[in-house]
Write a protein of this length. Structure first.
Length: 264
């Protein structure tokens, strides 16, 4: 596959991934959304279906890495780093495009949510306002969770370990099942398997940190959150932002090491 195919495939695929994944977070979170308060099951399955759609769309062009941790793991497995920068560029650009499209699709809901006194504080909303103040003191605005992840308990070691563990599970599944004939990405069966693995990780390991397990999925939308003209949006929690980048990259490298020792 050519560099242009890789870049285009990863950009389109990652944009779809974030559009649908961030979209389910917006649907569950924002006021005036028909899916508001649908819960964690909706989010985990929404992300799983987002992975499925993105992989099937982009696999013919780029092999559908859609995740720098997967790209690093495959580079370690094959000892070939030549296309890593192209993959990274497409993934981060696509993630930012997808996040911006979530804002466009839910533009009215974002405005209604972030101008509601029960959300941003006001008379009769002390409890909700207190939660919003607490979150913003930690650096996270009231809609940041639509764009990127954050911990329920802030413990650097635990948060980092959670992201590493979840990513190891994901990348091992990618490496051991359903790679296409070239070995450079997911095949048809691998797309379905990976989507189900993402659902499983979300249900089982997503509680502590929101399971980024993908640096582009977290950092790209976090940048978009920081740039968008959202009223009362609060902070982008940059103090935490390194964990969902470093953790998955470490997890991808560990998974590749396990694969090379146990499966290769």
């Amino acid at each position: 596959m050519s560099s242009s195919d890789i870049f285009i495939g990863e950009t389109i695929g990652t944009a779809i991934l974030i559009l649908l994944g961030g979209g389910v977070c917006a649907a569950v979170t924002l006021k005036a959304s028909k899916a508001r308060n649908a819960g964690w099951l909706a989010i985990t399955f929404g992300w799983g279906f987002a992975v499925l759609t993105a992989v099937y769309t982009s696999a013919p062009l780029s092999g559908a890495h859609l995740n720098p941790a997967v790209t690093v793991a495959l580079a370690i497995k094959d000892n070939d780093w030549s296309n890593v920068p192209t993959y990274f560029a497409g993934q981060f650009l696509g993630a930012m495009i997808g996040a911006a499209l979530v804002w466009v699709a839910y533009y009215g809901q974002f405005h209604a949510h972030l101008t509601d006194k029960e959300i941003v504080g006001g008379p009769g909303a002390q409890a909700t306002a207190a939660k919003a103040v607490e979150a913003q003191e930690k650096g996270a605005g009231p809609v940041l969770g639509i764009f990127s992840t954050g911990p329920e308990i802030r413990n650097v070691a635990q948060n980092l370990a959670t992201e590493i563990i979840g990513t190891v599970v994901l990348v091992l599944a990618v490496l051991t099942q359903g790679l296409n004939d070239s070995g450079k990405g997911l095949g048809t069966l691998g797309a379905l398997i990976t989507a189900l693995v993402v659902v499983s990780i979300g249900l089982s390991l997503g509680g502590p940190t929101g399971y980024a397990i993908n640096p582009a999925r977290d950092l790209g939308p976090r940048i978009v959150h920081a740039l968008l003209p959202l009223p009362n949006k609060g902070g982008s929690d940059w103090g935490y932002a390194w964990i969902p980048v470093v953790g998955p990259l470490i997890g991808g490298a560990i998974a590749a090491g396990i694969y090379n020792v146990a499966f290769a």
